[in-house]
Design a binder for this molecule. Structure first.
Ligand SMILES: [Zn+2]
Length: 175
């Protein structure tokens, strides 16, 4: 009898959902009639298995339930931590997209300004665009590098870790 900690491939085989498990591949019982082998990919870390041929998939949680095994319920603290993590990742994505868009727009204007200045070196507005870009380049670059935890950023004095950013985000959200 397997338990909740068994490798996913073992659980799949026990449940009769796949045949011939080998490392992270197995044969699909739903679509292997014509001899096509190894179409099920087993993602141990992600706790999901998926047949890339017929599209069938199953999560470890579901599999354990099918096998009649109980899984420890989430504690309120774990649920809260999961909820916060999801919100943080959402914020990180949105913020990155927003800042990257801003950076791209400033860069685009600066490029146009540069070529315009080659012909009209006295054009105030072009100088403004260029100055605006250089003024914001460091700020935006640092913010973007922090959002992806870039380890070797030349815009940050020291790298920002996920924990640190998450802490700042929570402090900011609570304020
Ligand atoms: Zn299949």
């Amino acid at each position: 009898m397997t338990d909740g900690g068994s490798p996913l491939g073992e659980l799949l085989a026990t449940a009769g959902q796949v045949n011939n498990v080998r490392r992270n591949r197995a044969d699909c019982i739903r679509c292997a009639d014509d001899g096509k082998r190894g179409t099920v990919a087993i993602y141990e870390q992600a706790e999901v298995a998926r047949c890339f041929r017929c599209g069938w998939y199953i999560y470890r949680r579901q599999l354990l339930r099918d096998l009649g095994q109980t899984i420890p319920a989430e504690t309120p603290e774990q649920r809260e931590a999961r909820r916060l993590k999801k919100l943080f990742e959402q914020w990180r994505n949105d913020r990155y997209r927003g800042l990257a868009g801003e950076f791209c727009e400033l860069g685009r204007k600066a490029t146009i300004a540069k070529s315009a200045l080659a012909y009209f070196p006295m054009w105030e507005m072009a100088w403004d665009h260029l100055a605006h870009f250089y003024h914001n380049e460091a700020r935006l670059s640092a913010a973007l590098d922090a959002l992806v935890f870039e380890p070797g950023s030349r815009w940050l004095e020291e790298p920002v870790t996920r924990e640190e950013l998450s802490r700042q985000w929570r402090a900011h959200a609570a304020a």
